[in-house]
Design a binder for this molecule. Structure first.
Ligand SMILES: [Cu+2]
Length: 146
């Protein structure tokens, strides 16, 4: 008898959950540098059907996304973000796409190949970061592409 009550409670809980599960909010790791990255990442995330909110933090490198679970999932969101050049823990951006990013957006890739991504001796990217990414304002970077 007690078991029956318990399973009823469990069933009830699941029922309640599915009502609230329509919109799911998750925090996910996305690699990037500056305000331009933020714009690019959030634009990619919100372009996924079902995503209602996307907010990327350039300090923590975490994106908070809210989406309709019946329409999409975290995997699709991360895939869309990787497509515009930003690595995530589950999806890697194409090298070609990454290479086209603005200088100050060339974040340190989590799986950077030794000697290839990091040139010892000169540090263009560091200087760029200092000059164009010191400010959190998106425009300060000056989008040079296209
Ligand atoms: Cu950037």
């Amino acid at each position: 008898m007690k078991k029956n009550v318990l399973s009823l409670v469990v069933l009830f809980l699941f029922g309640t959950m599915s009502v609230f599960a329509e919109t799911k909010t998750e925090e996910l790791k996305v690699y990037g540098n500056c305000g331009m990255c933020k714009t690019r990442i959030e634009k990619a995330a919100t372009s996924v059907e079902g995503v209602t909110k996307a907010d990327w933090d350039k300090v923590t490198k975490m994106i908070t996304v809210s989406y309709d679970e019946s329409k999409t999932d975290a995997d699709k969101v991360l895939a869309a973000i990787a497509k515009v050049g930003h690595d995530t823990d589950t999806h890697k951006a194409d090298d070609a796409v990454y290479d086209k990013l603005h200088g100050c957006c060339k974040y340190d890739r989590p799986d950077a190949k030794e000697g290839e991504e990091k040139h010892a001796g000169h540090d263009h990217d560091k200087d760029l970061k200092k000059s164009c990414c010191a400010s959190s304002k998106t425009k300060s970077c000056g989008d040079k592409k296209k």
